[in-house]
Design a protein around this ligand. Structure first.
Ligand code: DC
Length: 239
């Protein structure tokens, strides 16, 4: 992980805990710029799902590393394919989030996915969303965003998201799961979730998606003015 091969294209990193709007912002930003997007949480969720399906213990570092190295994870628009099967809904359950967070604490899994994530960079550029994009996977990225929000707001957003998808959810359980997942993601010894020293931190607790997108685009325009197409307006209410 120490020698960094030059990337074939630019990268913008969007990190932070779940429920901050990270995934939506990364996807909208990529679409405005005409860049690719990579949801790295989906990769960890696939490893967790495959481990459960194959009976691999969620703390068996070596076995999980081998498993992660052998998986074929693909994206087809919104769909996530694991070894050719559509697992888009299976990886979005609360249990899948918990399994992902557990396998994400394993150094061998992070090594396997580190390589995969670096290999996903394609011209004209990649917006990468995750927990350690700006700190560990793409430390050389020119624009690094870290989105945060209060635990209460994040639980509320997660609750609405699950309900909209017709999934079972209740606020006290979600609050407990979120606190536990935050603790594990922040305190793990490898690649803990934290803002990079050079990241722009945005608290989205009282901001809607459009307002966050305007702030993020402002930062992209400041650092990479030529990356933003002229057709993208300053005010996004028209989009
Ligand atoms: O963003 P998400 O909720 O889909 O992520 C699921 C879990 O995967 C999260 O609890 C921590 C882990 N993860 C990680 O450790 N590093 C990443 N770059 C992305 C996700």
């Amino acid at each position: 992980m120490t020698t960094l091969q030059a990337l074939p294209a630019r990268v913008i990193t969007v990190d932070g805990p779940s429920g901050t709007g990270k995934g939506t912002i990364a996807a909208r930003l990529a679409s405005l710029l005409g860049w690719h997007v990579l949801d790295t949480g989906a990769l960890y969720r696939c490893v967790g799902l495959a481990a459960v399906q194959r009976g691999v213990a969620l703390d068996d570092d070596a076995a999980l590393g081998d498993l992660a190295n052998g998986l074929h994870i693909g994206f087809d628009g919104e769909r996530v394919l694991l070894d050719g099967s559509d697992v888009s809904s299976d990886i979005r359950t609360a249990a899948a989030g918990e399994h992902a967070s557990r396998v994400a604490a394993c150094p061998a899994v992070r090594r396997a996915l580190w390589r995969l994530q670096r290999e996903a960079v394609r011209p004209p550029g990649l917006v990468a969303d995750g927990r350690d994009m700006g700190t560990v996977v793409f430390p050389e990225a020119e624009v690094k965003i870290y989105l945060d929000a209060s635990p209460e707001v994040r639980v509320e957003r997660r609750y609405k998201q699950l309900k909209e998808k017709g999934m079972d959810a209740n606020v006290p359980d979600l609050a407990r799961e979120l606190a536990e997942r935050d603790r594990r993601d922040r305190e793990r010894s490898v690649s803990p979730m934290e803002p990079a020293a050079d990241a722009v931190v945005i608290d989205t607790s009282s901001l809607g998606i459009e307002a966050v997108l305007v702030a993020v685009l402002g930062e992209v325009r400041r650092v990479l003015p030529d990356a933003v197409p002229d057709a993208v307006p300053d005010a996004l209410s028209v989009i």
